[in-house]
Write a protein that binds this ligand. Structure first.
Ligand code: PXP
Length: 246
């Protein structure tokens, strides 16, 4: 069964709405862990619109499961990551020009900058994943610049307007998983996954990790973070890929 990384950025979004000290994402991480999260994910944005430097430092000291830092390839953020030493860094686009057509980082176009960031993160012992579209050239480029993993953008799946778009999205993800594995990459998925749509993707063979944020935090507002994570874990368990008998 794939690991569940819980993205708690939007706990910090609520805090920043009033520039106060609550709710604390560090408390949310504790609750997420108690609910069964396999990882805690945060995005330290260059504009610090939600997660702050202090959050990342405290999370490194308190999170007992995998800490995954989503980040741009900007020097300032790479330097912070090298100091904080999350277990994994996931490179994401922050500016329009760093995007591919839909949602992922354009590793093909920014190959040199990404390679440089990957090698500086590796020097600090951090495993690196790239958040990309399920497109062959992006997957190959991610491997070529040294990433250990790719996180395939699941937005096309999550936002599919009809059965045809849904089928194409699933096929693209399946092809991405197979290519990633053939290149020795670990394959993760994320973006736009919810309690309602996670079933079919959780049934796909080959994803080792899902990072889910907005939907879990939204449910946590109503039922508490621990329960919200428990419910998402239960769905991943219910829909996990079936063993193939020999
Ligand atoms: N994975 C990555 C790389 C992301 O940037 C995000 C959004 O911060 C997520 C997963 C989570 O997306 P969502 O909030 O839509 O679940």
């Amino acid at each position: 069964m794939a690991r569940l990384g819980v993205n708690i950025d939007h706990v910090a979004t609520v805090r920043q709405a009033r520039r106060t000290d609550e709710p604390d994402p560090v408390w949310a991480a504790v609750e997420a862990e108690l609910g069964g999260a396999d990882g805690i994910t945060v995005h330290l944005r260059e504009d610090r619109r939600h997660i702050a430097d202090r959050d990342v430092v405290l999370l490194r000291q308190t999170v007992g499961v995998k800490l995954n830092l989503e980040m741009s390839v900007a020097d300032e953020i790479v330097n912070i990551a090298r100091e904080v030493q999350p277990d994994q860094a996931t490179l994401v686009p922050e500016r329009r020009e760093e995007l591919t057509t839909e949602g992922g980082l354009d590793v093909v176009r920014h190959r040199d900058r990404v390679r440089d960031a990957v090698s500086r993160l590796h020097e600090a012992g951090i495993v690196v994943s790239a958040f990309i579209e399920p497109v062959a050239d992006q997957i190959r480029a991610s491997r070529d610049v040294g990433c250990e993993a790719v996180e395939l953008w699941t937005g096309a799946y999550a936002h599919a307007a009809d059965a045809e778009a849904f089928e194409k999205a699933v096929n693209d993800l399946q092809a991405g998983i197979e290519l990633g594995h053939s290149l020795g990459l670990d394959v993760h998925g994320g973006h736009g996954l919810t309690y309602r749509n996670v079933g079919p993707i959780a049934s796909m063979r080959g994803f080792s990790e899902f990072n889910i944020g907005h939907s879990v935090v939204s449910r946590a507002v109503l039922v508490g973070m621990r329960e919200a994570v428990r419910q998402m874990k239960a769905l991943l368990e219910r829909y996990k890929p079936r063993e193939t008998g020999s």
